[in-house]
Write a protein that binds this ligand. Structure first.
Ligand code: HSE
Length: 442
C-alpha cells in the first residue's frame, strides 16, 4: 500500500450503491478517520455515462470513463459496484492482476465465478472482501468468518432479498398489487437492474451459495440449489395465510442433515410466532445455528444504497487494516482442496406442514373430493376453509384453502395431480410449505 494510514480507493460503477459509498467515504471521512485511524480517500469512480452527474454524492472531478485508471499506483483498493457478471468480472480480475485488493457487493459474480476469482486473488497475494454481497449491511459474513468461527454450523436460514420481502409486505399491509409493489421497490433502489433476478429467487440463491460455502466449508455450486420465486404468490394467499396465523416469506435454507446438505430457496409460510415472521419491508434476516453459539439471528435493512454501502465501507476498513488479507488467506474455504461440491437436496427433505389453495367453480362439489385425495394419501388436514379472496370475483372462482399436518413433500405432487383429475380447477393449485425454525425441526 502506498501509505500505512492513507488509503486510496477507486470505484468501478457509481449507481445507487456507488453514490451511497461516495456519501460514506467523503462526507463521513473525518468520522471514519476518528473511528479507525485510517484516512480513506475516494480518488476515482469509473462510470459508463460521464454526462450524468453523481453530485453531491461523488464530485464530478472524480468521475472518469477510463477503466484502466483503477489499476495504477494511485489506487490501493478497488470497490466494484457495477453489478452483473460480464464487465464486472473483467474489472475484478484486472484489479487483482494489478495487485489491488478488491471489495465487491456482487453476489452474482461470486456465486457464479467465485472459485476463479478467489484463486486469482490467492495467486496474486491480494484479497477479495464481500461483506455487502449478502444481506447488504448485516454483518453476516463477518459473523460466519469471525464471530462464529468456533462453531460447526448446522443450518442457515435467511430472508435474503429485500425486494421480495418488500413486495410481500406491501401487498399485505398496503394493499398494493404485485406490479405496484415491485415498481416501488425499483424506485427505492432495492431491486436489481433486471428485477426478474429478485422475483424468481435467483438473487437469493446467489447469496445462499456464498453463505453456504462459507458456513459449511464446502464449495456450493449455484446451479445445485433448488430455486422457486414469488411469482405465483397472490394477495389471496397472503390474506388466507394471515387468517391462518401464517406469514409468507421467500426463504433460503441450508440445512446439514445427517451429513447431507439441503439447499433451497422458495416461498414458505411461517407461523406468526416464528422469529422471522415479523421481518418486513426491505429488511433481511439471517439465522445461523452454531453447535456452540446456538441460534444467532441478524436482522435489518437488506437492500438499498445506504445499507449496502455500510457493508462495503466496513470491508474497505478491514482491507485497509490488513485484517481482510489475513482472514482471506488463513481460512481454507477457497483453497482448491476445499472445492468439492456438497450433496444438495437429499432424497427426502424433512416432513413439514403444507398450505394449499384450490380455486374451483363449485366449492360444495369440490371440497369432499379434495379432502378425500389428501385422506387417501394418508395426509391429515388440520384446517380447511372457504376463502373469498381479494377481491372475491365470480370469474376467478372460489377458493378452498387448507393446512396439513406434517407430511412428506414427496407425496404432494400425486395428491395435486389426483385433485386436478377429479375437480374442475380454475387456476393451478398452490402448495406452500409451513416451516418451523430449524431447532424445532431437529
Ligand atoms: N436486489 C437486492 C435485494 C439488492 O432486493 O435484496 C440487495 O442485494
Amino acid at each position: 500500500m502506498s501509505d500505512l494510514r492513507t488509503i486510496y480507493v477507486g470505484m468501478a460503477g457509481c449507481g445507487t450503491v456507488g453514490c451511497a459509498v461516495g456519501d460514506l467515504l467523503i462526507r463521513d471521512h473525518d468520522a471514519l478517520l476518528a473511528r479507525t485511524g485510517l484516512d480513506i480517500r475516494l480518488v476515482r469512480a469509473v462510470v459508463r455515462d460521464l454526462g450524468r452527474s453523481r453530485a453531491p454524492h461523488v464530485p464530478d472531478e472524480l468521475l472518469t470513463d477510463d477503466l484502466s485508471r483503477l489499476t495504477g499506483d494511485d489506487v490501493d483498493i478497488v470497490v466494484e459496484v457495477i453489478g452483473g457478471t460480464s464487465v464486472a468480472k473483467g474489472v475484478v480480475l484486472a484489479a487483482i492482476a494489478a495487485g489491488k485488493d478488491v471489495v465487491t457487493a456482487n453476489k452474482a459474480l461470486l456465486a457464479l465465478h467465485g472459485p476463479e476469482i478467489y484463486a486469482a486473488a490467492r495467486a496474486a497475494g491480494v484479497c477479495v472482501a464481500f461483506e455487502a454481497s449478502c444481506a447488504a449491511g448485516l454483518p453476516v459474513i463477518g459473523a460466519i468468518q469471525r464471530g462464529m468461527v468456533a462453531n460447526r454450523i448446522n443450518a442457515i436460514e435467511g430472508i435474503l432479498n429485500g425486494t421480495c420481502n418488500y413486495i410481500l409486505s406491501e401487498m399485505l399491509e398496503a394493499g398494493k398489487c404485485f406490479a405496484d409493489a415491485l415498481a416501488d421497490a425499483q424506485r427505492l433502489g432495492y431491486a436489481e437492474a433486471d428485477p426478474t433476478l429478485d422475483i424468481d429467487g435467483t438473487d437469493t440463491a446467489h447469496k445462499l451459495a456464498i453463505l453456504a460455502t462459507l458456513a459449511f466449508g464446502t464449495y456450493v455450486e449455484f446451479a445445485g440449489i433448488a430455486v422457486e420465486g414469488i411469482e405465483r404468490i397472490s394477495l389471496t394467499d397472503l390474506l388466507a395465510g394471515r387468517e391462518l396465523g401464517l406469514t409468507c416469506k421467500l426463504l433460503a435454507v441450508g440445512w446439514m442433515i445427517d451429513g447431507v446438505l439441503l439447499l433451497r430457496v422458495r416461498p414458505v409460510f411461517l407461523a406468526d410466532t416464528h422469529p422471522m415472521a415479523g421481518v418486513n419491508g426491505a429488511d433481511n434476516a439471517v439465522s445461523l445455528y452454531g453447535h456452540a453459539a446456538g441460534h444467532v439471528m441478524l436482522t435489518g435493512p437488506g437492500a438499498g444504497g445506504a445499507s449496502t454501502a455500510s457493508g462495503i465501507v466496513s470491508d474497505v476498513v478491514e482491507v485497509a487494516l490488513g485484517n481482510a488479507r489475513r482472514t482471506f488467506g488463513q481460512l481454507p474455504l477457497f483453497e482448491p482442496k476445499m472445492v468439492k461440491s456438497a450433496t444438495v437436496v437429499p432424497p427426502a427433505a424433512p416432513d413439514c406442514g403444507f398450505y394449499a389453495r384450490f380455486t374451483v367453480h363449485d366449492r360444495p362439489t369440490a371440497l369432499p373430493k379434495i379432502t378425500a385425495a389428501f385422506g387417501e394419501a394418508g395426509i391429515k388436514l388440520v384446517k380447511v376453509r372457504s376463502f373469498d379472496g381479494d377481491p372475491p370475483t365470480a370469474t376467478d372462482g372460489e377458493h378452498i384453502v387448507l393446512l396439513t399436518n406434517p407430511a412428506s413433500e414427496s407425496k404432494m405432487p400425486a395428491v395435486l395431480k389426483r385433485i386436478d383429475g377429479c375437480v374442475e380447477l380454475t387456476d393451478a393449485p398452490i402448495c406452500i410449505p409451513v416451516l418451523e425454525p430449524f431447532e424445532r425441526r431437529s
